[in-house]
Write a protein that binds this ligand. Structure first.
Ligand code: NAD
Ligand code: GLY
Length: 365
């Protein structure tokens, strides 16, 4: 079995990310736990059809004790208190102990939800991320942010809780719908835009190969994304300095749009981030901290790959600003934003003037 390993070293623990093809069948060899344990697999109804039996059989053939896979409905609405309560009571009825391991098999929704459950069950049990969407492979499975959504906003209930390993099997992307692949691509270019101009330039040349599922291009894009995320998370695990916050470039606008869309299929997370990154770059230009043309370059790159940068519904600037007021980066009721000084250089700007922002939004939406 061939794979790359990227280590994530955080103050609360270190763990490996394994990246390769066809890793699921052999996942037990990647677990580094000498004893066979009880396993709980959480997945959604799309992913479990394709990969549930492979993971289940890999574990049970190796002697792990395992019950039925816990399957949640696919989609953002599963990141909810109701689902947490339902899964927690099912998992507890399996008489788990602190040796029990949760396997999060799916996209970012399953990963965020399972990680949150792992962090609260018995005050914390181990969990392994097995991300199957591109977005989860390049972002959500790494770094230990877990959470669910509530009526006031996205990911407002959650924990920092690191997985014990992340197993990225790139062959799972073969069944991922192209819309989801594009949604994940938005998080990939985010790393280039906010942190690494060389990666941004590589993506200009290779972005279409990534979306065509070219194995080598896809693997490099995932590897570089994970390396950047691991580097940032190692330095600022719990977002206490401004470093990790930079990973949220485009997200303040994006989260507001997702909230206004009602967390449904109208706008997927990565699609909202793609629009949000262009908005943040335009606002950076408006604030005169970023050279003119950067926002256009980002927009052109996304559009050249048929990734939309238009908000797909009507709204007013006040709607966006009100939704942005719930952002976790805000302090003392002031809006804080991640903006750009140039490609590769993101900065946190505090105390954004709401009237200025409203004027800007009026001009672009
Ligand atoms: P998702 O989990 O809803 O997956 C997208 C869709 O793809 C779903 O319908 C899913 O069933 C399907 N799918 C996944 N893998 C598949 C496969 N291999 N084959 C076929 N279908 C497959 O959404 P997502 O885009 O993966 O993740 C978005 C979520 O991640 C959001 O809730 C977002 O807030 C969260 N997120 C978290 C972090 C973090 O650091 N924790 C970072 C970014 C995003
Ligand atoms: N996706 C942003 C973070 O993990 O911090």
């Amino acid at each position: 079995m061939e794979y790359d390993t990227i280590n994530v070293n955080t103050p609360s623990g270190s763990y490996p990310i394994y990246l390769g093809d066809n890793l699921l069948k052999n996942l037990v060899n990647l677990l580094h736990t000498p004893n066979k344990r009880k396993a709980i697999i959480i997945s959604d109804n799309n992913v479990s059809i394709h990969y549930g039996a492979i993971v289940r059989n890999a574990l049970s053939d190796a002697g792990w004790s395992i019950d039925d896979i816990l399957v949640v409905p696919a989609g953002e609405s599963s990141k909810s208190f109701n689902i947490v309560e339902d899964l927690a009571s099912k998992i507890l009825s399996h008489k788990i102990d602190r040796q029990t391991m949760i396997f999060a098999l799916g996209g970012g929704v399953v990963g965020d939800l399972s990680g949150f459950l792992a962090s609260i069950l018995l005050r914390g049990i181990e969990f392994v991320q097995i991300p199957t969407s591109l977005l989860a492979q390049v972002d959500s499975s790494v770094g230990g942010k877990t959470g669910i959504n509530v009526s006031t906003g996205k990911n407002l209930i959650g924990s920092f809780y690191q997985p014990s390993s992340v197993i990225i099997d790139t062959s799972t992307l073969k069944t991922l719908p192209i819309r989801e692949l594009k949604s994940g691509y938005a998080e990939i270019i985010k790393y280039g835009i906010m942190y690494d101009i060389d990666f941004w330039q590589w993506l200009q040349e290779n972005g279409s190969k990534v979306l065509d599922n070219d194995t080598e291009a896809l693997k490099y894009a995932i590897l570089r994304s994970c390396e950047i995320k691991a580097e940032i998370v190692a330095k600022d695990e719990k977002e206490t300095s401004n470093l990790r916050a930079l990973l949220n470039f485009g997200h303040s606008f994006g989260h507001a749009l997702e909230y206004l869309a009602g967390y449904n299929d109208v706008l997927k997370h990565g699609e909202a981030v793609a629009i949000g990154m262009v908005m943040a770059a335009k606002f950076s230009e408006k604030m005169k901290i970023c050279p003119l043309g950067v926002a256009r370059d980002i927009e052109n790159h996304l559009n050249s790959l048929d990734i939309s940068t238009e908000i797909p519904f009507k709204l007013k600037p006040e709607d966006i600003i009100n939704a942005m007021k719930f952002d976790k980066k805000n302090k003392n009721d002031m809006i804080n934003l991640v903006l750009l000084e140039d490609i590769g250089i993101a900065v946190v700007k505090n105390n954004i003037d709401a009237e200025n922002l409203a004027l800007f939004l009026k001009g672009i939406i």
